[in-house]
Ligand binder design. Sequence first.
Ligand code: APR
Length: 245
Amino acid sequence: MSDLPPDLLARLRAARQVTALTGAGVSAESGVPTFRDAQTGLWAQYQPEDLATTSAFRRDPELVWNWYAWRRDLVRRAEPNPGHRALAQLEKALPGFTLITQNVDGLHQRAGSRTVIELHGSLERVKCFDCGAPAPAWPEAGPVPPRCGRCGGRLRPDVVWFGEALPPAALSAAWAAAQHCQVFLCIGTSGLVEPAASLPGEARRHGAALVEINPQPTPLSALADFVLRAPAGAALPKLTAFLAE
Ligand code: APR
């Protein structure tokens, strides 16, 4: 027996398309700090603008590279949690399931999710700051940041910095998935950072039931048809268990 709202279960069973949007909260139980929480110790003296903008990279590329190298190392040592694993199971259980994430930690893929729309890029990828070419690998020894094999420019993480546009293909896929679903799950996101924050409203305008999974209220709570005030790692396995019944 599930303690989830029966109406929500009925909407899930009837849905042809379910879309989920995740944020930093889904990785909290893996011990991955949010961007701001990560600014502790050595990094506490810096503002996000010092570490995650193109002007910061122009000013001090070594500092920015080292900050991301530190975060990459941190997420490599983290493990996917039951919330990530439940989302990977949902992908298998539901024929029409789309996962959109704002996270750059790769934990959804490590949990087994095969198709993930990464709105904010990935810590595991790097590209050239000058020519934009992706770099499949880079030397850990040598200049910091490492150099582009194609043009000799400096490599940067392939994440979306403040003030940068989101990858157009990812954004349009996310927009379509919001418009065409019957249930939209909003998991572990504060709903403050655009344009991802507009996806739940877009889904609702197109008739989807909006479900928020977050232990804390957010600006999205008022829009939600169902609110599960619980950590993702507790709520999501209940959803998958129900759908497997
Ligand atoms: N389960 C579900 N939600 C959780 C959990 C948990 N175990 N723990 C915390 N949360 C919720 C918090 O209550 C908060 O609402 O996760 C949310 C995290 O909010 P943010 O830190 O603002 O993360 P996010 O919404 O992903 O931020 C969006 O902002 O910092 C930039 O680019 C970065 O992708 C990030 C974007």
